[in-house]
Every structure is written in structure tokens, then in C-alpha cells.
Design a protein around this ligand. Structure first.
Ligand code: FAD
Length: 591
């Protein structure tokens, strides 16, 4: 069991890996290969100490001293330079050096997805703004690796994946324009071919990490049709080889509510030189004279969506990071604060709040780690791809919404202090509100889940995976009731699917959020049952069974009298082992 949270003063300064036994249990479960597991221990452990001890305290300062745009130098020359607080630069340098952008380069071997996800979850607990910039750098590097022309690829990649902060370049992506964020098909940025390159002109309205060096940009090649199928994806350097600006002007930095450290600007492109991110090898082969045909192959948006899907998954991890930080700050404060002569964490309502913050966090982690591990755990690669296809938008929807709730709830545990900017919760709440919008609002994610179902039948793979998870829990008496509740919810889900398949379009759209929530609850419940069975089989510990039962009774059951007459006392009697990750005996759980 972890020490009493009252022994700590605050979360910053602590080792966040050693305080998170659920994280190490997830690594144990998803990394059965001992080599993978020890790789995880080395790198995730290192990040736990680095992020909690060094990155987090600096992040409090960068939030209060955000970037500013220096438009002109003292000669009156336009420079459009973004000036950062030194803490921001130091944090980025430490993360780059420690392989946050390219762990494979540091480890010298392939790194399982759950390891990189764990590192991102830890960094998000300190500051999601910094993860935004460096996460997009990884995404841009992947697009460059797959689609950049051979002449530029190696140079760009060696910079984007560099472990040397002085050499490292960063990436970003520009989709959104004034007239369209959700509706990217409304994009008006034009691309005109110029030999093997393209010249881009237009206005981009939200450009995060705006002082990065390489951007992945959506534009419409001249002559391409309207709508999303007419778009192509381009790779745009901010600076030309001679050091001059590449037709790129930062109009202003936006005055944001949160994620202050990362500069988000409005950008004009005026004949910016670009390479087409064409079909594999399209440019190298000179297909269609420098990619003219490839630019109009109708698949440009799909290439951009490869990056967007990766960053949607990253935003789910941002939500988990904020949720975890909110829990930790609230647990520590509740242990230290006394009112009416007792610690506030001795009061039933505070106990329930802390337990439920943790239960919902573990549910979100179950779904998100399933996305990270889907390729490895699936019966075949296509099932893994389909599970990930539908579970990533669900996890992003769920984890960002819950993070907002957790930040608000955690802030309230700190009472009036929570609302103050010299305590850590106000920033978490401000930052959390960004993530339900970034990379697709909740509505757009619900519609994307529907698209995955209609276009690819991805729900069939996810429901099969859900059933499989339930089967693993079937031998455990302590899980029997919870399992029956999830099984009933799975039947409801199937019934809802067949109803929605025959429903008029407007009704199906109207119900798409309710449906996505039912699906997310059912999947998370089943995955928690599976985790609980795994823990019981491993060493007889029923703590995760208590977590699964609590989640399922709150989210999937419909108790009489709103649960007021429910005799279950587990949030009171098992409070300590639940929030401090102690072992629980099966016999301590009510029948
Ligand atoms: C801090 C920050 C940084 C950002 N950084 C970047 C960046 O680096 N690059 C980039 O490209 N973009 C960036 N964005 C933009 C972001 O992705 C968009 O704001 C987001 O996708 C929503 O688009 P919008 O703002 O145009 O809202 P709109 O699309 O106008 O949406 C407004 C509302 O209408 C709803 N809505 C729209 N269409 C539908 C529909 N069909 N059905 C139901 N509801 C609908 C939405 O859910 C939303 O609630 C950033 C945004 C923020 C806040």
C-alpha cells in the first residue's frame, strides 16, 4: 500500500511512476515479454521521476509566462519570432533528450505502444501544452517518413527525431480555417504546382506549436473538386534553406484560456513552398509530373487523418494525465486538510468523491491502453486495426470529458484554495477544457464512431473483443454480478445498433452521443472485469474487482431509489486500499 497521502505536500516534486501502481500493473498485463517489461520499467520509471520532479514545477511557471510574438527586430525587419520563457525551452530540451519524441532512437529498438502511451500519460500530468507540441512532432515525423520525397526525407527525419535539443526540429499540423474546423472539406487554401514542388496560399486559423519547423498542411490543388475528397496533404518547412521565411507569416498569437505554454497562432501562407505527401513513392517515381495525379487521388485527407488519429489518441492520454493529476492533488490535499476537527478525507462524501475519481480514471485507462495494445492483443491484425479505429474516438471522447469533470471535482476538494491560481488545480481545469475541442469536438467524435460503424463495421470487432473480456471474468464469484450487468448492457448495445441501423438519419444522429456513451461504458466495464480477473488470478488481489464493481454499478446498473438504499459500504470501508492501492481480500467485498 502507498504511504498516507498526508505525508506529501503536493504532487509536484514527487516520483509519479512509483505513486501509480495501476500504471505498473497495466504494463505488467500488456507486456508479457520480460524484455519489453524491463524496457518499460527503465523508460517509464525514468520519466516518472523526471516529469514529477523537474518538468511539473517548471510548467507552473510557463503557464504564468506564456509565449509572446516579437513581430519586428530593432532594425524594423519583420521576424515573427515567438519568445518563450526559459523554463519552456528547458522542459522541451529535457524531454527531447530523454526520448519523448523518439523513444526508439534512445532505446535502439522498437518500443511497444503501451510504453510510449505511458510516457505521454506521465508528461500530460505535468503539462498537456508541452505534449501538444512534441506529440505533433512525432506525428509529423511519421508522415514525413511515409510520404516525403526521398531527397528531403532523411534530413527532415534526422531533425524531427533528433535526441539533441540543439539540432531537433518540431512539427505541427494546420487543418482548421476560419470557415471550417469540423468541416475541413470547406478548406480554401490553394496549392499550385511548381515543378516538383507546390506553392501554398491561404489562411490557417488555429496553428498550435506555430514556431515549429515543419508543418503538415491541408490544401486544395488547383483544379481539384470541392469538398474533402479534393484536398491534398502537404509538408511545409517554415524556413527556406537560405534562412528566409517560407511565405509564412504569423498574424497573431491567440489569447487562450489554457494550454498557455504552447503558442497557437493564426497564419497566412503566401506561396509557401511545399512537398506533396503523396501516395507511397508517388513523388520519387515522378508519378504525374511531381505528383499532380497523386495530389488529386482523392486520398489526401486520409493521409492527414493518419496524423489526426494518432493525435486524437494523444489527446485521450492528455485527458487521463489531467484526471490523474487532479486525483493526486485532491488526495494529498484531503489528507492534509482538517475541518470540524478531522481530516476531510475521513468524511463519507469526500471518500466517495476520491474513490470515484480513481474508479473513472482506471476505466478510462482500461480503454485507452486497449487502443495502445490492440495491434498486439488482437486475434488478427485487421481486428486490431478495427478495434483501434472505433475505440480511439470513444477513448478521446470519454477521457477528455472525464478529465474536465475530474479537474472541476478535484479543484473543489481544495475548496477556495482550489480556485486560486497559486494552487495547481485552476490550470488543470483551464487546460482540460481545451481537450474536448482539440482534434475533434465531442459531437464530431460521436459522428466518427458512427462512420466507423457504417463504413467499416468496426463495432463488430469491438463487440467481439468485449465478449472475450467478459469470458475471462466468468470463473470468479466476486465478479459474477458485475459481469451479468455488463452482459445485459452488451445486449442493450446490440439492440440499440439494430434500432439505429433502421432509424431515420436525423434520429440516428440525434442519438449518436447517447449511443457512443453506452458503447464506451459497456466496453470499459468489460475491460475492467478482465483486468480484475487477471489480478485475482495473479495473486488473489480483489482491489481491481472492487473498482470494476463500483464502475459497473454506477454506470451500467439502474439501482432502485437512485442507489440511496444500496447497502454497499465499500467506498467507506475500503477507502484506504482503494485510493492507496492496497491489496483487498475477496471476502471483504459484499456478496
Ligand atoms: C487551443 C486550440 C488549439 C488548436 N490547434 C489547432 C492546430 O494546431 N491545428 C488545427 O488544424 N486546428 C487546431 N485547433 C482547432 C480545433 O481542431 C477546432 O477548433 C475544432 O476542430 C472545432 O472546429 P471549430 O472551432 O471550427 O468549431 P465548429 O466546427 O464551428 O464547431 C462549433 C460547434 O458545432 C458543433 N458541430 C459542428 N459540426 C457539427 C455536426 N455536423 N453535428 C453536430 N455538431 C456539429 C461542434 O461540435 C461544436 O460544438 C485548435 C483549437 C484550439 C481550441
Amino acid at each position: 500500500m502507498l504511504p498516507d497521502y498526508a505525508e506529501y505536500e503536493q504532487a509536484a516534486g514527487l516520483d509519479w511512476y512509483s505513486l501509480d501502481p495501476n500504471l505498473s500493473a497495466l504494463l505488467d498485463r500488456h507486456l508479457p515479454d520480460p524484455g519489453d517489461r524491463s524496457l518499460a520499467e527503465e523508460h517509464v520509471g525514468r520519466f516518472g521521476a523526471l516529469v514529477g520532479g523537474v518538468i511539473a514545477p517548471r510548467a507552473e511557471v510557463t503557464d504564468k509566462h506564456g509565449p509572446v510574438l516579437r513581430r519586428f527586430d530593432r532594425w524594423g525587419e519583420e521576424v515573427d519570432e515567438v519568445v518563450h520563457h526559459p523554463n519552456w525551452t528547458q522542459n522541451k530540451a529535457d524531454l527531447v533528450r530523454n526520448g519523448f519524441v523518439s523513444l526508439e532512437a534512445l532505446a535502439g529498438r522498437p518500443v511497444p505502444g503501451v510504453v510510449t502511451a505511458s510516457v505521454s500519460y506521465l508528461v500530460s500530468q505535468a503539462e498537456t501544452a508541452i505534449y501538444c507540441g512534441l506529440g505533433m512532432t512525432s506525428g509529423a515525423a511519421d508522415i514525413v517518413e511515409r510520404y516525403a520525397p526521398a531527397a528531403a526525407r532523411d534530413d527532415l527525419l534526422s531533425r524531427l527525431r533528433s535526441l539533441d535539443p540543439d539540432q531537433a526540429w518540431e512539427g505541427g499540423m494546420f487543418l482548421t480555417e476560419r470557415q471550417g474546423g469540423s468541416d475541413v472539406g470547406a478548406n480554401t487554401t490553394r496549392a499550385v504546382q511548381d515543378g516538383d514542388e507546390w506553392l501554398l496560399s491561404g489562411e490557417k486559423h488555429f496553428c498550435s506549436n506555430v514556431d515549429a519547423e515543419v508543418f503538415i498542411v491541408l490544401a486544395r490543388p488547383d483544379g481539384a473538386p470541392a469538398g474533402s475528397r479534393g484536398l491534398a496533404t502537404y509538408i511545409v518547412p517554415r524556413i527556406l534553406p537560405d534562412g528566409s521565411a517560407n511565405g509564412f507569416r504569423i498574424k497573431r498569437l491567440k489569447p487562450k484560456l489554457g494550454t498557455v505554454g504552447v503558442p497557437t497562432g493564426e497564419v497566412s501562407l503566401d506561396g509557401a513552398r511545399a512537398w506533396l505527401a503523396g501516395g507511397s513513392g508517388a513523388l520519387d517515381a515522378g508519378a504525374g509530373a511531381g505528383g499532380a495525379d497523386a495530389a488529386r487521388d482523392g486520398r489526401g485527407l486520409n493521409r492527414m487523418m493518419e496524423m489526426v488519429n494518432g493525435s486524437r489518441f494523444g489527446v485521450a492520454l492528455m485527458g487521463l494525465g489531467i484526471h490523474r493529476r487532479s486525483f493526486l492533488e485532491a488526495a494529498i490535499y484531503a489528507g492534509r486538510r482538517s475541518q470540524f476537527g478531522s481530516r476531510i478525507d475521513s468524511y463519507p462524501l469526500v471518500r466517495e468523491t476520491l474513490v470515484d475519481m480513481l474508479v473513472d480514471l482506471e476505466a478510462g485507462m482500461a480503454a485507452t491502453y486497449e487502443c495502445a495494445a490492440a495491434a498486439r492483443g488482437a486475434q488478427d491484425p485487421e481486428s486490431g486495426r478495427l478495434v483501434r479505429r472505433i475505440l480511439v474516438p470513444l477513448a478521446k471522447m470519454r477521457c477528455t470529458r472525464m478529465a474536465l469533470w475530474a479537474a472541476s471535482t478535484g479543484l473543489e476538494v481544495l475548496g477556495g484554495n482550489g480556485y486560486m491560481e497559486d494552487w495547481p488545480m485552476a490550470r488543470q481545469l483551464r487546460d482540460a477544457q481545451c481537450h474536448t475541442i482539440w482534434e475533434g469536438t465531442e459531437n464530431i467524435l460521436c459522428i466518427d464512431v458512427r462512420r466507423a460503424m457504417r463504413g467499416e463495421q468496426a463495432h463488430i470487432a469491438l463487440l467481439a473483443r468485449t465478449e472475450q473480456a467478459l469470458e475471462t471474468g466468468s470463473g470468479h464469484k466476486v465478479l459474477a454480478g458485475a459481469l451479468d450487468t455488463v452482459a445485459a448492457s452488451l445486449r442493450d448495445t446490440r439492440q440499440a445498433i439494430s434500432y439505429l441501423e433502421g432509424a431515420p438519419d436525423d434520429i440516428a444522429l440525434l442519438q449518436s452521443r447517447r449511443f457512443a456513451e453506452l458503447l464506451a461504458d459497456t466496453v470499459e466495464g468489460a475491460l475492467l472485469v478482465e483486468e480484475a480477473a487477471w489480478a485475482l488470478d495473479r495473486n488473489g488481489d480483489a482491489r481491481k474487482a472492487a473498482v470494476a464493481r463500483r464502475f459497473i454499478s454506477r454506470r451500467l446498473a439502474t439501482p432502485a431509489l437512485r442507489g440511496i438504499t444500496d447497502p454497499d459500504r465499500s467506498v467507506l470501508d475500503l477507502f484506504e486500499p482503494l485510493v492507496r492501492y492496497g491489496a483487498i481480500d475477496e471476502s471483504d467485498l459484499a456478496a
